[in-house]
Design a protein around this ligand. Sequence first.
Ligand code: GLP
Length: 252
Amino acid sequence: MILPALDRRSVIPLYYQIQQRLLQQIRSGELKAGESVPSEQEIAAHLGVSRMTARQALKSLCDLGITYSQRGKGTFVSASKLEKNIRQVLSFTEEMSARGLRPRSKVLCFEVVPADEEIATALQVAAGEPLFKLRRIRLADASPMGIECSYIQERLCPDLQRRFDPSSSLYRILSQSYGIQLAVADEVIEAGLASGEEARMLRVTKGSPVFMFTRTSSVQSGQPVEHVKSTYRADRYKISHRLTRLNRELLT
Ligand code: GLP
């Protein structure tokens, strides 16, 4: 194992430095999907850190879905599908950055449109209410991951077209410029097949499997802010979640 030495004078925590070095090896292909990641003991001995620090670094990669561990066998690099986090209201920018990927967007349209019946119902506004329509191809580094079409209430963020560079993070500008902190989202996930147009934009063949997400995001008070229809490549994403048998008696 060759991991570059740590910078002990830096304010960046040691576990994070280790995480970033391992990520770099995974991104460069030095560590490939299915290969084992150095163990806690190896990292601790090689870099002169405590086992706890090494464990924290390995755990952070597992939590991001970049690696997985098998009891008694070790930790391995996950296959190239990204695990979609469906437990938290995250932005595309946050999800990609957490995985060490560079979030990018190709803007297809950013305009004001009247709300149709379906979107008006989701956003709890009258049909015809002006909404920003923002349609983008979302990329991780140079690879297209999905197409997102967001409808945002204009009256909640007037001037958005002037203040916001639509190729950057929508959630960041909503928070920083308008104080809108999205807190909850209702999301429906369906399976679908890429249309010709989607396939071209996602660089897959027409009819490739996709995940179709419909999300309505709201602030803590329950006020809906954004309604989004997204199409994500099923060859680049997987969805996993934790189930529990606790409290099942409440259903009966
Ligand atoms: C995720 C959500 C979208 C949301 C987007 C905002 O991808 N599924 O509903 O519009 O994040 O991302 P960003 O803040 O990077 O523009």
